[in-house]
Design a protein around this ligand. Structure first.
Ligand SMILES: Nc1ncnc2c1ncn2[C@@H]1O[C@H](COP(=O)(O)OP(=O)(O)OP(=O)(O)O)[C@@H](O)[C@H]1O
Length: 449
């Protein structure tokens, strides 16, 4: 309910959305809302499932499970997962842009915006040649379309180039033209897939201005996928963060920016980078939270990355080498979680108590930070638990990895970053010069014979 006492429904409600591609679960039990008249950003690392969510909303994919409800200003509601793609645009009034610019590059800017209004013009023509010749409402509709196109060219700061081919525009201007074209369809929800990708700071600013204009002047709600945090943080009213197809944070930009789950999981950065981000944020509270136990209030906490919302499926993804990675066998059953954590803690304690396979005192410890993914903070934590050597990490079995992940609160990350493989390679590299040195005299002796 708003201040005037009217019921206000979110424009978009995504409920328990799942999308599977064969055995791969790209989205798992995702729920979030986009509020009317606001800019909602959907962010997350590469492969988090953002574009898949867009594709489900705009009818490119039919979700495996879940419900996507769009409620228009007049109160009419549409279940988008049941509508054919073209009706999502025409009836539910959802428009979108793509990660890769899709303009008619040989047509002028004005023509691009008129083509976007093709459906409206054809309707006005009554689908007859007579209509196209100017009888009936066609002439008026055509004039209105030109006015609308000019209006959006002005808003996008492109009116001076109305008669140039779209392909001649600089990249940032092409992005704005795409948005202007989408606005010519009169959407109530505008979905933008990485509109700031490849823009320089000046172009990013022009984009921010255009999106703010759209929000303020037309009341159009915007759903935005974006990697450029300067855009996200400046213009969004609400941010939803995904990781591996699941929601890990949801709130206003200030909340999300300082959410340890986002810093640790979304940014997926080295410890030192996390520390830098925290230093920038200047929030001791966040640092305390990172050191503390998972925050159960924000999710079932079945994993150390503290995903919000329960999930009944195993989430799996391809890594960069095309291998499947199981992210988390999700279950919001607290008991199971506690048992698993207790097992992991016991294993971590065993690891700490067990004598290191190489006596630490005899040689200097290895520089664990050479393993990608281990920063100084976690190297210290590992040292505290008796792990000093690449050899120790190289010999980790699945249970050790789980224990270390539980201890470092790095759910799935150690496996994903293949610390064991990295450690093995480092052990091998360290052994190499020694072998070569040993082989050298033999070779020399051989050559004398
Ligand atoms: N059509 C498809 N068939 C099979 N797998 C797919 C398909 N579309 C997406 N995926 C997989 O789903 C997962 C999510 O992909 P998606 O493109 O939605 O992520 P994203 O968050 O948009 O990533 P990026 O930021 O890199 O664009 C990835 O593992 C991807 O490989």
């Amino acid at each position: 309910m708003n201040a005037a006492g009217e019921m206000t429904y979110p424009i978009l409600q995504v409920e328990h959305l799942s999308m599977k591609f064969g055995g791969l679960v790209a989205i798992g039990d995702l729920s979030f809302e986009a509020r009317r008249g606001e800019i909602t950003a959907l962010i997350g690392p590469n492969g988090a499932g953002k574009t898949t969510v867009f594709n489900c909303i705009t009818g490119f994919y039919k979700p495996t499970e879940g419900m996507i409800t769009l409620t228009r200003q007049d109160g009419s509601a549409y279940l988008l997962e049941r509508l054919p793609g073209h009706e999502i645009a025409a009836r539910a009034k959802v428009a979108r842009t793509f990660q890769n610019i899709r303009l008619f590059s040989g047509m002028t800017l004005l023509e691009n915006l008129l083509v976007a209004q093709h459906n409206k013009l054809m309707k006005a023509s009554g689908y007859t040649v007579m209509g196209l010749l100017g009888i009936g409402g066609y002439r008026q509709a055509s004039a209105e379309s030109i006015d609308l196109a000019k209006h959006w060219l002005e808003k996008a700061d492109l009116v001076n180039r109305a008669d140039d081919p779209a392909g001649d525009l600089p990249y940032g201007a092409q992005r704005r033209l795409e948005i202007a074209r989408a606005m010519c369809t009169g959407p109530e929800l505008l979905c933008l897939d990485e509109p700031a990708a490849g823009l320089n700071p000046r172009e990013s600013q022009a984009l921010n201005d255009l999106l703010n204009d759209i929000k303020q002047d037309t009341g159009t709600s915007i759903l935005l996928i974006e990697h450029d945090m300067s855009v996200v943080m400046q213009i969004s009213d609400h941010v939803v963060v995904l990781e591996y197809g699941r929601k890990i944070s949801d709130g206003d930009p200030t909340f999300v920016k300082t959410d340890p789950r986002v810093i640790a999981a979304y940014l997926g950065v080295e410890d030192e980078e996390v520390t830098e981000v925290l230093a920038e944020v200047g929030d001791d509270h966040v640092i305390e939270q990172l050191d503390a136990e998972p925050d159960r209030a924000h999710g079932p906490g079945d994993s150390s990355s503290m995903m919000a919302g329960s999930i009944s499926d195993t989430i799996a993804h391809s890594d960069e080498y095309g291998e499947r990675i199981t992210v988390s066998p999700g279950a919001s059953r607290a008991r199971q979680v506690e048992e698993r954590e207790a097992r992991a803690k016991a294993r971590a304690a065993e690891m700490a108590a067990a004598p290191a396979s190489v006596p630490v005192a005899e040689t200097a410890p290895d520089k664990l930070t050479l393993i990608k993914g281990i920063g100084p903070v976690n190297a210290r934590k590992l040292n505290e638990h008796g792990v000093y050597r690449f050899e120790q990490i190289a010999s980790w079995k699945a249970a050790d990895i789980r224990a270390a992940e539980a201890y470092l609160e790095f759910d799935g990350r150690i496996a994903r970053e293949d610390w064991v493989g990295q450690a093995k390679r480092l052990v091998k590299a360290a052994a190499k010069p020694a072998k070569e040195t040993a082989a050298e005299p033999a070779r020399k002796r051989g050559s004398k014979k």
